[in-house]
Design a protein around this ligand. Structure first.
Ligand SMILES: Cc1cc2nc3c(=O)[nH]c(=O)nc-3n(C[C@H](O)[C@H](O)[C@H](O)COP(=O)(O)O)c2cc1C
Length: 304
């Protein structure tokens, strides 16, 4: 059970923007595949399918909505309302992107959203606005002009007044921030460095997980993303105290391969791989997975 919902696999699909760039099935393909596998799907604010369309196309899937806070707070509030009305079960507030990291490839390639696609949660200029005006990355220009870079923990209070949906903070990398998430009444956290796309030299999420679990694991649902590629990765994260993990890039690679079917296949492969990892470590149930199963490499060096 995660935030009151039964899941068949401790694995979900992380919010990834603009999924129709990978395949016409886009967000609907990922959401439906998550439903088939009994996994959670998190829809990005910057989706190329509107949250209402995703909800209508994947009614059985447990869906969470990832929120960026816009300078226009009325617009942000309307996203929250729409997510509630469409049946999304939690808000995932991404807190590691007040500005975007240096994405030099996006600048070099003058990243723009292809003209046949739009940011479907918005209308007008905000929907088609990921086009470079200044000869660099259109996405970066969009983020700088629209996202509120002044967001602080106080804004969680604002959000909690707006909604009864549980709030999950995504982008926590320290025990101190995890404790603040608890203090401000969040239901969960996703230990994430945004797939390494924001600040270079941040630690790997698996490395900081134990200190975070130690600090808040009894009070908050602690989840993790970043580098989950095989069953062993799921097992290690659970062993170190995560309740579930999320996939970013793999879900997009699978979508690009074969749309919804590709993602269904990916999730089945991971389910099988995870089952094998459990069997080979002697685990019959998730409760059998123990922290002692993960031994850092440095332990062996010390033994020499
Ligand atoms: C192309 C791409 C787009 C992303 N878009 C978003 C987004 O819109 N919102 C968000 O919170 N995280 C976004 N992320 C970060 C993912 O949610 C996740 O934290 C990360 O991809 C996990 O690492 P992994 O790719 O190694 O699995 C994006 C990641 C990628 C690769």
């Amino acid at each position: 059970m995660i935030l009151g919902h039964h899941i068949d696999l401790p694995l979900g699909i992380a919010p990834v923007a603009m999924q129709k760039m990978a395949h016409p099935d886009g967000e609907v393909g990922n959401a439906r595949a998550a439903g088939v596998a009994g996994c959670i799907f998190v829809l990005s604010t910057l989706a190329t399918t509107s949250l209402e369309d995703v909800a209508a196309a994947a009614p059985e899937t447990c869906k969470w909505f990832q929120l960026y806070i816009y300078k226009d707070r009325a617009l942000t509030e309307s996203l929250v309302r729409r997510a509630e009305n469409a049946g999304f079960k939690a808000l995932v507030l991404t807190v590691d992107a007040p500005v975007f990291g240096q994405r030099r490839d996006d600048v070099r390639n003058k990243f723009s959203l292809p003209s046949h696609l739009s940011l479907a949660n918005f209308h007008g200029e905000l929907a088609s606005g990921v086009v470079s005006e200044m000869g660099g990355s259109g996405l970066n220009e969009y983020v700088v002009s629209q996202f509120d870079a002044t967001v602080t923990w106080q804004d969680i209070k604002w959000l909690k007044l707006l909604t009864h949906l549980p709030i999950v903070v995504k982008g926590v990398l320290t025990a101190e921030d995890a404790e603040l998430a608890r203090e401000f009444g969040c239901a969960g956290i996703i230990v994430s460095n945004h797939g390494g796309r924001q600040l270079d030299s941040t630690p790997a999420t698996i490395e900081v997980l134990p200190e975070i679990v130690k600090a808040v694991g009894k009070d908050l649902v602690v989840m993790l993303d970043g580098g989950i590629r095989e069953g062993n990765d799921i097992l290690k994260a659970l062993a170190l105290g995560a309740q579930m993990v999320f996939l970013g890039r793999p879900s997009i690679w699978a979508l690009a391969c074969d749309g919804q079917r590709g993602v269904e296949q990916l999730l089945e492969l991971l389910r099988e791989d995870f089952k094998i990892s459990m069997a080979l470590t002697g685990c019959r149930t998730l409760a059998d997975i123990q922290a002692t199963m993960v031994v850092p490499e440095s332990t062996y060096r010390r033994l020499k």
